[in-house]
Design a protein around this ligand. Structure first.
Ligand code: ACO
Length: 330
């Protein structure tokens, strides 16, 4: 059995936070944000809207577009660093409840912005081993809940949203996910972290009080490492599978920063019209950004059955990964 990428869905909250809004909150400018990141605006969930609420809306679309019934789903995996509850229950279990999908395994994984690549590989492994047939994978983030809106170095970057996909067993080799790479190096853990609240720093008072529960990032160092690591990882996956940039229909990178995307795209000699860009309108939605970007090309009618997508991502952990995925949906 092979694993195929059968359908996609996504959801973004209505509320838009523009660079002009941020100019009123911290010492920044639209010009600085656009020049350094390519971001013009991002979406922010309402106080009542949780990560699982957004995930459910994305998942309903993915299920509807897959042509299978929700009763056929036998595993739910959610990538998130902004779960509904920090320790338990898992957001995946809550999503299962809200979708009325019961008695199937459900769990979350934590790989920050690389989360969707990780859940894709988990689904692929479960399917290829014959253990599961239809896996609902989700990347969902309420980044606004873990962002310090007094810190100009991070609050201009992040946004909220969710994306979901159905990964299904198939005997058609041409529909099979070709390859997925995932990796991590915890030696760079302090490049990107939320320092407080876990067993490393259980007491709120230790590192900056409540603010220690928000994202802290060594942005410039992360930037340089991201460009280097992503370029070599993507080159490796292409070479290993004997695929060239010309065979790729869409390059769908994690949407962190236009400059990182541009640098990696250029190193791969990727035509600009193949590079999917949503960072300008949604900002960095961490684990949700890749499925949201795939949904964008799907809903605009550009993504067709058989198109090969090259995915790549880099994030807290540090983690990184890439994938070669033919679109197997309609
Ligand atoms: N407005 C105006 N000035 C600012 C702002 C702001 N919002 N933020 C920082 N600055 C200033 C800095 O203070 C600094 O000033 P100084 O030179 O006087 O000290 C100057 O701008 C340059 O700061 P840098 O941090 O060097 O700027 P850089 O060009 O690196 O851009 C950015 C910062 C956008 C954060 C970039 O480093 C980046 O995108 N990093 C990678 C992020 C990433 O990919 N993360 C991984 C995924 S996220 C996840 O996993 C959750």
């Amino acid at each position: 059995m092979y694993a195929s990428f059968r359908s996609i869905g996504a959801y973004v909250p209505e509320n838009v936070l523009t660079n002009a809004d941020l100019e009123k909150m911290v010492d920044t400018s639209d010009e600085w944000i656009v020049q350094r990141t390519g971001i013009h605006e991002r979406r922010i969930a309402s106080d009542e809207e949780t990560t699982s609420d957004m995930a459910v809306k994305a998942a309903k679309l993915a299920i509807e577009r897959s042509g299978i019934s929700k009763e056929e789903i036998d595993l739910i995996v959610c990538a998130t660093i902004s779960p509904d509850y920090f320790n338990m229950p898992s957001t995946a279990a809550i999503i299962g409840d809200k979708l009325d999908i019961r008695n199937v395994a459900a769990f979350d994984i934590s790989a920050a912005c690389t989360g969707f690549i990780y859940v894709l590989n988990i689904a692929k492994a479960f399917i290829e081993s014959g253990m599961k047939k239809n896996v609902l994978i989700i990347g969902a983030e309420k980044m606004s809940a873990i962002t310090d809106f007094t810190d100009r170095t991070t609050c201009i970057l992040f946004g909220d949203g969710a994306g979901a996909a159905i990964i299904s067993a198939t005997d058609k080799k041409e529909d099979a996910i070709i390859d997925v790479h995932m990796s991590a190096d915890g030696g760079y853990a302090d490049f990107l972290m939320t320092p407080n609240g876990g067993t490393g720093n259980p007491h709120m008072s230790e590192v900056g009080g409540e603010a220690g529960c928000f994202i802290k990032m060594r942005g410039n160092e992360t930037f340089k490492l991201a460009v280097r690591t992503l370029t070599s990882d993507v080159e490796k996956i292409l070479k290993k599978n004997n695929i060239t940039s010309e065979d790729i229909k869409f390059f769908v990178p994690h949407q962190a920063n236009y400059r990182i995307i541009h640098a990696v795209g250029k190193a791969l000699d990727m035509n600009n019209d193949k590079v999917v860009l949503t960072v300008g309108k949604y900002g960095n939605t961490s684990g949700a950004s890749i499925p949201m970007a795939i949904n964008d090309i799907y809903e605009s009618g550009r993504l067709k059955h058989g198109d090969i997508m090259l995915l790549d991502a880099f994030g807290g952990g540090l983690t990184w990964g890439s994938a070669l995925v033919p679109f197997a949906g309609k």
